[in-house]
Design a protein around this ligand. Structure first.
Ligand SMILES: [Zn+2]
Length: 224
């Protein structure tokens, strides 16, 4: 985690407004800038998507985009049931199947943030789970699911991640690869992703200090 706070986001889109989809893309672009600054992904790794609630299409980052250089032309509109590209003149992210399978499995989800957060991945490589240390971690992350390794971009990975999220888990570690963080809004998915990496960082610091066995999870929040 860096000292840089999250970028200020555009307002939540109004599902009934004509420019709701453009607002979604603007929100995702702001998230992309922040997560790169926060070190949650490097290079052209990671991909983002969002949909208006209940829509059967989503906007997903195009293949090869750098998350800190997104604008409205960086997104491709894809039909969720079958993956047909319905708007945008670029190919969708190579990880589009992960996004589509997640939306199909979770009608409540309106944003999917897939990143390669370094501390989350270091803990995974060391065989350690992420501990939820603070009340923010407990509130935003709630629980962390782990998806076994599958090659990036494959249907097998998308299917396994959707299965792991089907019970309502919103923060998934994709082993040796990254994370997939879900929410009913772009803003909440962003907060969850930042809190997941912060929880991992504190877990790693306890591990490095030889105190991991003393680190207990916060109890789950009693208020949703
Ligand atoms: Zn990835």
């Amino acid at each position: 985690m860096t000292a840089t706070g999250p970028a200020s986001l555009p307002p939540e889109p109004d599902a009934g407004s004509d420019d709701g989809r453009e607002l979604l893309c603007d929100q995702l672009a702001a998230v992309g800038l922040d997560v790169v600054r926060a070190g949650l992904v490097v290079g052209s790794g990671g991909n983002l998507s969002a949909r208006l609630p209940g829509d059967d299409t989503c906007w997903v980052t195009a293949a090869g985009t750098w998350l800190d250089r997104l604008d409205r032309s960086s997104f491709v509109r894809v039909r969720i049931p079958d993956g047909t590209v319905v708007a945008g003149d670029r190919a969708p992210s190579s990880e589009v199947a992960l996004h589509l399978a997640t939306y199909r499995a979770r009608p409540d989800v309106s944003a999917v943030v897939h990143l390669h957060p370094q501390t989350v991945l270091l803990l995974d490589a060391l065989g350690e789970r992420v501990r939820l240390v603070t009340t923010d971690h407990a509130f935003y992350v709630r629980r962390v699911g782990v998806v076994p390794y599958f090659p990036p971009g494959t249907t097998a990975l998308a299917t396994a991640a959707a299965l792991a999220a089907a019970d309502g888990t919103n923060c998934l570690v994709l082993s040796r690869h990254g994370c997939s963080v879900l929410a009913d809004s772009v803003d909440l998915a962003h907060k969850r992703a930042r809190n997941l990496e912060e929880a991992a960082l504190l877990t790693y610091r306890a591990l490095a200090a030889g105190r991991l066995s003393d680190l207990t999870d916060q109890p789950p929040p009693t208020v949703a």
